[in-house]
Write a protein that binds this ligand. Structure first.
Ligand code: NAP
Length: 299
């Protein structure tokens, strides 16, 4: 068999996420029996952004399927910051709500940083609150952002341990790149974080045993950037023209990368489904923390 015919193992994020969702659902009756509570997740949408509406709908369906309680709130596109923060504060005070997620992006009249800071850190299932970011960075127990948690879980389906592996993360956002760096460090990987000002990105990537792309630009990472046999996790979701229609591609050129990598996540069907599954896990974790119960082993 020639080297060209050896294709990467495809990491099936959809199937792995379904298992995680089922495991989270299995914990709900245990918590109900032990504590007499049902984990509750509040999802707040402001405005009519179609992509946000789709995400919020998918999250609420997943919450119901897992046997948890959904609390959906929809504010008009013209809502102001004070109204949104007042709603968050009501949810902070509601004992039936264990997790709060404010769907981003917010309309321009609202300062997202102030809204994030208004969420009770113990209910911050998005892991965006500065207190949780600080706790994660200092190695304290923290609610961490769902997408990077999912990325690490996917990498660990390929490598039982990430210890000592060279990891390169492309992207330094607060929601993906930076928390991913912290989670990988906690797994004892040797981590380099790259961004738009990084010099010779292809050479840097070629050193990586684990390559994570969170760039937000279609198919930037080419096949010859990848170390043969490396594990590639593609976070990107980019819509590109396709005939009269459009299609979704990642930040990695999949058709090239699949010929070089050892394992790779597809887009769609890789990281995306893991984000919602990890949101359920974070909600369980938050409910347990608030009730003083040990977090389930899937966390
Ligand atoms: P972001 O805030 O726009 O950050 C992008 C990062 O990529 C920045 O750090 C930027 O560098 C870097 N970058 C941009 N162009 C680059 C280039 N040519 N070379 C190297 N680095 C470059 O994006 P994000 O929120 O982290 O999201 C990244 C991607 O993940 C998007 O496609 C998004 O849709 C997707 N995403 C998916 C999920 C999911 O559930 N699957 C969740 C969240 C995000 P600078 O800092 O220097 O500008």
């Amino acid at each position: 068999m020639s080297a060209r015919t050896i294709r990467a193992r495809i990491i099936d994020g959809k199937a792995i996420a379904a298992e995680l969702r089922a495991a989270a659902a299995a914990e709900v009756p245990r918590i109900a029996a032990t504590l007499g509570l049902v984990p509750g997740l509040a999802v707040v949408l402001v405005g009519e952004n179609p992509a946000s509406k789709t995400y919020v709908g998918a999250k609420s369906r997943a919450v119901i399927e897992a046997g948890m309680r959904p609390f959906d709130h929809h504010l008009a596109a013209g809502a102001n910051e004070a109204e949104l923060i007042a709603l968050v504060q009501r949810l902070n005070a509601d004992p039936a709500v264990h997790g709060i997620l404010v769907q981003m992006p917010l309309p321009p009249q609202i300062d997202a940083a102030r809204v994030i800071a208004s969420v009770d850190p113990d209910k911050d299932v998005d892991g965006f609150h500065p207190l949780n970011a600080g706790r994660l960075a200092t190695g304290l127990p923290a609610l961490a952002p769902c997408t990077p948690i999912g990325c690490v879980k996917l990498a660990k389906t390929v490598h039982a341990s990430l210890a000592g592996l060279d990891a390169v993360v492309i992207g330094r956002s607060n929601i993906v790149g930076k928390p991913l760096l912290q989670l990988l460090l906690a797994e004892n990987a040797t981590v380099t974080i790259a961004h738009s000002r990084t010099r010779d990105l292809p050479a840097l990537c070629r050193r990586a045993d684990l390559l994570f792309a969170a760039i937000g630009r279609a198919e930037v990472v080419r096949g010859d950037w990848i170390k043969p046999g490396a594990t590639v996790v593609d976070v990107g979701i980019n819509r590109i023209p396709h005939g009269d229609k459009s299609r979704i591609v990642g930040d990695v050129c999949f058709s090239e990368a699949v010929e070089v990598a050892g394992a790779i996540t597809p887009v769609p069907g890789g990281v995306g489904p893991m984000t919602i599954a990890c949101l359920l896990v974070n909600t369980l974790r938050a409910a347990c923390m608030q009730a003083g119960l040990r977090a389930p082993s899937i966390v």
